[in-house]
Design a protein around this ligand. Sequence first.
Ligand code: ADP
Length: 191
Amino acid sequence: MLHLILFGPPGAGKGTQSAFLVSKYDLVHLSTGDIFRGHIKAQSPLGLEAKSYMDNGKLVPDSVTIKMLKEEVNKHSTAGGFIYDGFPRTVAQAEALDQFLSERHEKVNLLASLEVPEEELKLRLLERAKSSGRPDDANEEVIQKRINVYKEETFPVKAHYQSKNRWIGVDGVGKIHEITDELIKAVDAVI
Ligand code: ADP
């Protein structure tokens, strides 16, 4: 079973690229942001808890996120594999994922990191705000906060998989299909 982490800062194009990879490799797409937004829409207790963190550009606590992620993986026992989008976002989440998968005699096969300069990210997120309806995209202060949280808490996740030699960096600026082609090459090399 393939376990692929699509990594990168907010606005790097993880959601866009996930859609192509999901259909090419028949994977289940697990976007923790999308799952949280589903809970917010349904006004579930988990949604109510997550909303205040998300609206302020902070991370939802690890304990909540890890529990939810495991439940989602367990829902798809017949899946060919998973693409993780927006998870793991802290080293603690990465360690929890590694532990969870090792209990299943599996592992993260690859972390593919989409590299995009900060100024480009801000422009993309403000542009996305026009159609996404996401409060966290519409406010420049919240965008900056999310980018700072990425740099401080999420970026070290890359080193975690770099040290295991299960990492690739891909230029996230360019034509969407060219970026997809780079990702496909990287995935094909590990399967
Ligand atoms: P983006 O990548 O554009 O920031 P996401 O949809 O991945 O958007 O995440 C939106 C928000 O959801 C994050 O700012 C955070 O509050 C919350 N969130 C998503 N995934 C996680 C996670 N793995 N751990 C903690 N919080 C998360």
